[in-house]
Design a protein around this ligand. Structure first.
Ligand SMILES: Nc1ncnc2c1ncn2[C@@H]1O[C@H](COP(=O)(O)OP(=O)(O)OP(=O)(O)O)[C@@H](O)[C@H]1O
Length: 298
């Protein structure tokens, strides 16, 4: 991260203040034999417009927590305790754990959307991009007319850096990077206030990854949504996040400003995690400067 973007992030944190999603003491178990306590008393606060990075080694519970926050858990996973509250821009607080039926359906994707690990493979192979985007609107915005759906679909593709002529393409006609951009467009379709991104670029090559991350950063600046960004790539996380939460064995063991976590990690595990990425230390022990946050098209 360069000095300017670091300062911009610091400013964001300073003016953000207001939470958009608060999780307190969330516990999630897989009810198998023996049971797996995948998330244990996790508390996080996501502020309006910020990027909160969630880091930790494989199996520590990041994906399970993300699913819990968006009420996407399926058996044998069960949230055994805790509160999740969404603080809507309208001023209403939504008890996410209590939502069900129609209210839950309306909440998901409208308020909080998710880009899953490997989600580029979850596009329907026999439908073109237009139909898949239009379906989001027919389900969630039935009042939209066809011409509006078409215009919004084209606008969304443009936003994520895909030519709108691709609306007519089928998934197999797109590269992996393009498919992932289409998934991000779908997650953006209903203008959510929070996007949860679980390893959104891991399956892609590094150059394509960087392009997509840059696009996400730009979109966040422009549209103002908050992001929970999950990845194994701690250097990337330090570079793009305003704040970082570190997870170990189902617990959030440390949470703070990205710069603070980088410069003065409080927990021995965080120090170990940081030292496992030698690339994080330049000659002067400064932030790496790859320019992801700084811009330039992919
Ligand atoms: N369906 C399941 N049944 C039983 N245990 C599960 C199930 N899914 C996940 N787990 C366990 O829950 C724990 C947390 O898994 P989770 O996938 O949330 O971790 P993660 O940090 O996201 O890992 P990764 O980075 O590899 O995706 C792990 O011990 C995992 O083995």
């Amino acid at each position: 991260m360069n000095a300017d973007s670091m300062n911009a992030n610091a400013r964001n944190v300073a003016v953000l203040g207001e939470p958009v999603l608060t999780a307190r003491n969330v516990s999630i178990e897989y009810e198998v034999d023996p049971p797996v306590k995948a998330v244990r008393g996790a508390s996080i606060t996501l502020h309006r417009g910020e990027i909160l990075g969630l880091a930790g080694e494989s199996g520590c519970g990041k994906t399970t927590l993300a699913y819990g926050l968006n009420r996407l858990l399926k058996a044998p996973a069960l949230m055994t305790g805790g509160d999740v509250v969404f603080h809507d821009a309208s001023g209403d607080d939504v008890d996410v754990v209590a939502l069900d039926g129609e209210a839950l359906r309306r909440f998901r994707w409208n308020k909080v959307s998710m880009v899953f690990q490997g989600s580029m493979n979850s596009l329907n192979p026999v439908m073109n991009v237009r139909k898949q985007l239009h379906d989001v609107f027919s389900t969630h915005r039935p009042e939209m007319r066809r011409a509006e759906r078409e215009a919004r679909s084209a606008e969304l593709l443009t936003l994520v850096g895909v030519d709108p002529t691709r609306l007519s393409s089928f998934p197999h006609e797109l590269s992996g990077g393009m498919r992932q951009r289409v998934m991000i467009a779908m997650a953006l379709a209903l203008d959510p206030q929070v996007m949860i991104m679980d390893e959104p670029t891991t399956a892609l090559d590094v150059v394509v990854q960087r392009g997509i991350i840059r696009e996400i950063m730009r979109l966040r600046e422009r549209l103002g949504f908050a992001v929970i960004f999950i990845t194994h790539d701690l250097p990337l996380l330090i570079e793009i996040s305003d704040r970082i939460a570190i997870m170990l064995d189902g617990e959030i063991i440390e949470q703070g400003d990205a710069e603070q976590i980088y410069r003065a990690p409080g927990h021995p595990y965080t120090r170990r995690l940081l030292s496992s990425f030698p690339s994080l230390r330049g000659e002067r022990g400064d932030f790496i400067r790859t320019g992801v946050a700084a811009g330039g098209a992919a």
